[in-house]
Design a protein around this ligand. Structure first.
Ligand code: URP
Ligand code: ZN
Ligand code: ZN
Ligand code: ZN
Length: 467
């Protein structure tokens, strides 16, 4: 039996256009749009009618960078797939692409199967996986081909974290050559980890142990250097490249220069780099630990280059790199040694609102908001137009967004399983009202109506910017 939902009276905003239209949903998909006042729209009937007058009707957010339950620094990211995807839904995100992890010495298959098992039956919204390569060898390279066929079409490599996730330039080149052949996309954590580790050791020897030194040793120049090197290696391999969590102005400049040459090089930044800075890392009393992530927060002056990159399309995607660790018991592991603070910030619930605030603040247009938060990540990772837009045939992942409501971000009211908010006390304009995932209400007028297991695993096509 078919269920019909009608969203009436809203302003439909996609990356391509803004139109006052009613949206008809049938069996979990967008069936049709009809402009306000037309006969077609007036004639529609439905089992459920959602009043969206004075509201935006936008595609559900696609967060292409999350780490639920990530093992890191002797602990695990504090959001499970259940709590993390529920929080995502609260924030208007209806798809996450998380990272399965290859363990050193093990196959991609065993890592991927472990992540399928962690997420299975737990997610409130749809999900997909990238694969982190920690051990690039002949077998890993062959397995990459199989994963691309299976819908795992992107692979993260690390130029940082020697001894943990690190790959050397030879391994990176080989993985890039493989992805050039099999259609996969290499995602790069671009920081010179070998040089950073020297600076970490020297800082600790000088007694510089506070969280703010995390930001000082992980230098912007070492992000820029690694970004440059990754771009040149990708050129040599003839492979496309996606640089994750770009934070330094100098790194943006490397991406801009590459794109000006016409190279298939893409960049992502995250809300923490747009809204937070080294001022937060320097907060007294170990509070700075709450803001330890890599790449690190930068001095505030870097933000202008990130906003400009987002406007000029030198940066294409904003995702969260959601990787929460509680202050109590987890961030505290690094008291007396900043290098032992688990790296990562919570944010999966806040991204859509913070980027709407960027619209209010005049950094980006309303359509660019939807582009960088929904459409571009879906295209980048082979989920478009199923995800990332509102168009006939697309999954009915739809958010009714109230652009006039105001809220104060706080750990008291958020739904992420973490004991602090990186944006505590920040006032934002705009709030999610209702969220549909494949036509089902998961948030209904600010009440959670979803369930663990509604979200399904979604295999992906290859990057859609390349064809
Ligand atoms: O600090 C961060 N970003 N933690 C998550 C792991 C990563 O490098 O993305
Ligand atoms: Zn990273
Ligand atoms: Zn990450
Ligand atoms: Zn159902």
């Amino acid at each position: 039996m078919s269920t019909r939902t009608l969203i009436r009276g809203g302003l439909v905003v996609t990356a391509a256009e803004e139109v006052h239209a009613d949206v008809l949903i049938e069996d979990g998909r967008i069936a049709a749009l009809a402009a306000r006042g037309t006969e077609a729209a007036a004639a529609w009937t439905a089992d459920r009618v959602i009043d969206a007058r004075e509201k935006y009707v936008i595609p559900g957010g696609v967060d292409a960078h999350t780490h639920m339950e990530l093992p890191f620094g002797g602990t695990f990211a504090s959001d499970s797939f259940e709590t993390g995807t529920r929080a995502a839904a609260w924030g208007g995100t209806t798809t996450v692409v998380d990272f399965a992890v290859q363990t050193m010495g093990r196959s991609l298959r065993s890592g991927l199967d472990a992540w399928y098992a962690k997420a299975d039956g737990k997610c409130a919204i749809d999900y997909a996986f990238h694969m982190i390569l920690s051990d690039v060898n002949e077998r890993t390279l062959k397995e990459m081909d199989l994963l691309v066929e299976e819908g795992i079409t992107s692979f993260k490599l690390f130029m940082a974290y020697p001894g943990v996730f690190y790959s050397d330039d030879g391994q990176i080149l080989r993985a890039m050559q493989r992805s050039a052949a099999n259609g996969g996309l290499i995602m790069m954590h671009a920081e010179n980890g070998i040089a950073i580790d020297v600076l970490v050791e020297q800082a600790l020897q000088r007694g510089e142990t506070d969280p703010r030194y995390h930001g000082e040793v992980r230098k912007a120049l070492l992000e820029a250097e690694a970004t440059h090197r990754a771009i040149q290696l990708a050129r040599v391999a003839g492979a496309p490249l996606y640089v994750v969590h770009v934070s330094a102005e100098e790194a943006v400049a490397e991406l801009t220069a590459a794109r000006d040459k016409g190279l298939p090089v893409f960049g992502e930044t995250c809300p923490q780099y747009l809204f937070l800075s080294t001022d937060n890392l320097a907060e007294p009393g170990f509070e700075g630990a709450k803001y330890v992530c890599s790449t690190p927060l930068r001095p505030r002056e870097h933000q202008a280059a990130l906003w400009r990159g987002l406007r000029t399309d030198d940066l294409q995607v904003v995702s969260t790199d959601h990787c929460p660790f509680c202050f109590t018991g987890q961030k505290e592991l690094g008291r007396g040694d900043f290098s032992k603070i688990p790296n990562g910030l919570p944010g999966v619930e806040n991204r859509m609102d913070l980027l709407h605030q960027a619209v209010v603040d005049g950094h980006i247009s309303r359509r660019r908001w939807i582009e960088i938060a929904c459409a571009a990540p879906a295209r980048m990772f082979g989920l478009y137009p199923k995800k990332g837009t509102i168009a006939p045939g697309a999954d009915a992942d739809v958010v009714v967004y109230d652009p006039a409501a105001t809220q104060v971000l706080s750990a008291e009211t958020h739904h992420m399983n973490v004991d602090y908010s990186a944006y505590e006390g920040k006032r934002v304009t705009g709030r999610v009202e209702t969220v549909l995932s494949r036509g089902e209400p998961v948030i209904d007028k600010r009440a959670f109506t979803g369930r663990a297991g509604h979200g399904v695993y979604t295999p992906r096509a290859t990057c859609q910017y390349l064809n």
